[in-house]
Design a protein around this ligand. Sequence first.
Ligand code: 5GP
Length: 206
Amino acid sequence: MIKEKGILFVLSGPSGVGKGTVRKALFERATDLQYSISMTTRNKRVGESEAVDYFYRSREEFEQMIQDNQLLEYAEYVGNYYGTPRKYVTETLESGKDVFLEIEVQGALQVKKNFPEGVFIFLSPPNLEELKNRIVNRGTESEDLVTNRLNAAKQEIAMMDAYDYVVVNDQINKAVDKVQAIVKSEHCKRERVASLYKKVLEVEEK
Ligand code: 5GP
């Protein structure tokens, strides 16, 4: 039987934008997405549990995973390692289910190299919008403040380049709605639908 492979969705964005909050709110809703639990060397926080929030490992264990090429991507963030176990992602996609990653930006760029067919969603801070409005309306703020914000905003916009979609995190529920809309749209993409039909009908793809 010909089976459609799952789609890999990657949610990322600048630090402090609320990726974790949006991801948690998304998985509180009914969804067919499978969350890939990351591995980390950071300590467990109150209320977190092993194999739910993260797989908590020592630096030695983590470095062994890197050596054995068992991580799809990894990054060092504020003195700790974070990474995505490769096996879960590839096996789940092969089984036809969509996988969802919520990771920081360096890791997302690595995934993009290995999985260019993934769908990359950039969660953007609402202040980018505010900044645009302020500049457009020529507000009363000091020039230094505007320049600082502009520089920060330019860096954030440059980061967006590698992504397919931008979701502004102004309200959590609205951001989750948009992520779900992206998931639906990706399943309706002509390339994906047509390639499956062609396989089913055994028509050669050009
Ligand atoms: P926290 O320590 O607050 O749970 O997460 C810190 C940062 O690590 C967040 O930006 C989160 O998105 C990111 N992160 C979580 N898991 C992974 C992962 O597997 N790989 C990468 N590259 N970043 C991750």
